[in-house]
Design a protein around this ligand. Structure first.
Ligand code: R5P
Length: 292
């Protein structure tokens, strides 16, 4: 109990000022969500730029040890200062990521296949909601295979996670999977992102494509663009720039950051595009200056 002696009289009621907490929430499609969901989303998406730099290092969940991620305990902390949201498995996060970091967490919760399978589309929900809560996850990532053999079970996984997420106010990140036989066209991405959004996710991860602006326009929640296979750094910066120009609210890059010979500088350059309005050319110049 506060000491009652010498209490100041409460009088600063500012009756001439309207209630201040009335601003629209900065995350697309999230205005009607509750406070807990919004708090998690605000941990992921910067209130000033509205965007996020996610760093994906969840590859081990089906690829095992991946080039550039052999030592998660060394790689992740090194890159963390330039990252807003860490996307990883609970095994990687618990063992290799210091809990005192202040970054948002996108927890990979689906799994079930490996590089040894031809068809990767059969997964289960491997992490229960209680563990996501224990890990203070800001969102739960579910791979979603639209048009693949495992479509039904992956939509079932997605919906189970969304339902659990709504019970405890943890957002779900639906990840559009692209199999080797699946087209990477705006037609496919409009279909997949919209289905995933209508299931009730709060964030969609997908790939950049022609007519990307239309994919974004038709998706009522923020899209973060996947990095994909390693590109030369200037091309990866152009990908990030085009994604942001096209209306993405961030990138979720893995190999294009951690497989770069200059991963720290690459993460800094990506950050310039995502948060500071740099063009790809400006970010490339920044990158070159930084590595020399
Ligand atoms: C992709 O959907 C999976 O989550 C991957 O494990 C990872 O996020 C891919 O990252 P990148 O393609 O940028 O290396």
């Amino acid at each position: 109990m506060a000491d009652k002696d010498g209490l100041k009289i409460a009088k600063d009621y500012h009756t001439d000022i309207a209630f201040a907490n009335n601003n629209p929430f900065h995350v697309k499609g999230a205005n009607s969500l509750d406070w807990g969901m919004k708090k998690h989303l605000a941990n992921i998406f910067d209130p000033k730029s509205g965007n996020t730099v996610m760093f994906a290092f969840d590859h081990g969940y089906f690829m095992g040890s991946t080039a550039g991620l052999e030592r998660l305990d060394l790689v992740v902390p090194k890159l963390m200062p330039n990252i807003d949201c860490l996307m990883g498995t609970r095994g990687a996060l618990r063992t290799c990521v210091p809990p005192e970091n202040r970054k948002a967490v996108a927890l990979r919760v689906s799994s079930g296949s490996s590089m040894l399978n031809d068809d990767l589309s059969h997964e289960v929900v491997a992490v229960d909601i209680e563990d996501a809560i224990r890990m203070n996850a800001d969102c739960m990532a579910v791979q979603t295979f639209i048009g693949a053999d495992g479509q039904l079970s992956s939509l079932d996984n997605l919906n189970k996670v969304i339902n659990a997420g709504f019970r405890y106010s943890i957002p779900t990140l639906g990840v559009v999977a692209v199999g080797k036989d699946m087209e990477r066209t705006d037609r496919f991405f409009k279909l997949a992102t919209r289905i995933i959004a209508e299931m009730g996710v709060q964030i969609v991860k997908t790939y950049y494509c022609d007519n990307f602006e239309e994919v974004v326009a038709a998706c009522p929640v923020p899209i973060v663009v996947a990095g994909g296979k390693k590109l030369p750094e200037d091309e990866a910066l152009t990908l990030a720039y085009r994604a942001i120009q096209g209306g993405a609210h961030g990138v979720d890059m893995g190999r294009n950051i951690f497989q770069s010979n200059h991963a720290i500088e690459m993460s800094q350059a990506i950050r310039k595009i995502v948060h500071e309005g740099f063009t790809d050319k400006e970010a490339w110049e920044f990158f070159q200056d930084a590595i020399h």
